[in-house]
Design a protein around this ligand. Structure first.
Ligand SMILES: *[C@@H]1O[C@H](CO)[C@@H](O)[C@H](O)[C@H]1NC(C)=O
Length: 378
């Protein structure tokens, strides 16, 4: 009896010593694997079984959400699944890439904000998402009124023009191609007319003419960008797109499509303009600030018509071709319909930074976001 008790105590002590030594060994030499194994086999909770499937220190990398920058060379086999998954999430149905598919270009993704609403909406629907700081900046551009008067002016304007009924963003089921046609003399002799006409949208600006230049500039127009001081009549079926640089420009539009009472801004302007009132669009003042901050990065006081038209196209089209920007082959900046090779005011204004804007346009082409047509000898 006594012997059995002693044996029992001895066994207990041995067992305790053994377990203690094991536990010390475990801690000193095999910390991770044993600990994990121990947790795996405990039946207490299901999470512990699930846990190792998402280990924080897994040496295999996560599948990249965005493809690697174009400079790194990666084997095709690794890139393919990324491209396939991107294809499924395409924002348009173009066979080639869509502009708003981010990820291909870091440079582009840093600048492009897909949430921007480029077209001004009826303030009654309250969906312009005006950023107060951007509005203040826009109102100070040419020192016009305050945001209270802005609302009144907009309400008056939407009594004359129709509010844009559709979301101006292209639906994902289509591939909308756009030609943005500047007025540079480098279009002369380019024979780009048919190519320009072949786009879904043909965007022209300011005093653009087509008559007599069809072979080089085409004869279709779907959107005509202008502001009061550059206004022309537009044909039936064409969208007049107002670029408002100041409050007065919104008042001018209302007047020019109705009573004709506004005849002056800072200069004498066209008091009436021919346009389909239900096709008129007005660029959102907040969009100016976006272009100024993200694209021209504060170069110049505000972006030019040409720059605004290109960025507008990036937000409303799936593919963009750009024609008639920059100087001609001799480096002269003039319009294709003008005889005077030194007439172009664009470079001399000092209000816009022609050089920086040109850099952006070339970079957009480099990143594959636009196709740039620079005329005959390029
Ligand atoms: C453009 O020119 C073509 C060929 O001359 C003509 O058939 C077409 O009607 C013209 N379109 C416009 C909008 O002027």
């Amino acid at each position: 009896m006594l012997f059995r008790r002693k044996l029992w105590v001895a066994l207990m002590i041995t067992a305790i010593l053994f377990l203690a030594s094991q536990s010390i060994r475990r801690r000193l030499f095999l910390p991770l694997s044993l600990a994990m194994h121990f947790r795996w086999v405990t039946p207490t909770s299901r999470e512990t079984v699930v846990e190792p499937t998402a280990p924080p220190a897994d040496p295999t990398p996560d599948p990249p959400r965005t493809p690697p920058p174009p400079s790194t060379t990666q084997p095709e086999a690794e890139e393919k699944p990324v491209e396939n998954s991107q294809y499924d999430l395409r924002s348009c149905s173009c066979t080639e890439s869509c502009i708003s598919d981010l990820g291909g270009s870091d440079w582009f993704s840093r600048r492009y904000d897909p949430k921007q609403q480029p077209v001004l909406q009826d303030p009654n629907n309250n969906n312009n998402n005006f950023d107060p700081e951007a509005l203040r900046w826009w109102l100070s551009l040419q020192r016009s009124g305050n945001d209270h008067t802005l609302k009144e002016v907009m309400l008056d304007m939407f009594k004359v023009i129709s509010p844009p009924t559709v979301d101006f963003r292209p639906p994902s089921s289509r591939c909308r191609s756009c030609a943005v046609v500047g007025n540079s003399g480098n279009l002369l002799g380019s024979e780009n007319g048919n190519l320009i006409n072949s786009h879904d949208y043909v965007i022209r600006m300011n005093k653009a003419v087509t008559r007599g230049f069809e072979k080089d500039v085409g004869n279709r127009t779907t959107h005509h960008f202008l502001y009061p001081e550059s206004a022309v009549d537009v044909d039936r079926g064409v969208s007049l797109v107002l670029l408002p640089f100041k409050l007065r420009d919104l008042e001018w539009l209302t007047s020019a499509l109705s009573t004709g009472q506004v005849k002056m801004t800072y200069m004498r302007v066209k008091d009436r303009v021919q346009a389909d009132k239900d096709k008129v669009l007005v660029v959102n003042p907040v969009f100016f600030k976006y272009v100024q901050d993200r694209w021209t990065e504060g170069h110049g006081r505000y972006p030019s018509t040409g720059m605004l038209a290109i960025i507008f196209a990036l937000h409303t089209c799936d593919q963009v071709s750009v024609f008639g920007y920059g100087g001609d082959q001799q480096g002269n900046w003039h319009h294709y319909w003008e005889e005077n090779r030194y007439a172009g005011a664009f470079r001399k204004t000092g209000v816009h930074s022609a050089e920086f804007e040109t850099q952006i346009i070339h970079q957009l082409a480099k990143e594959g976001k636009i196709s740039l047509h620079l005329g005959r000898n390029h």
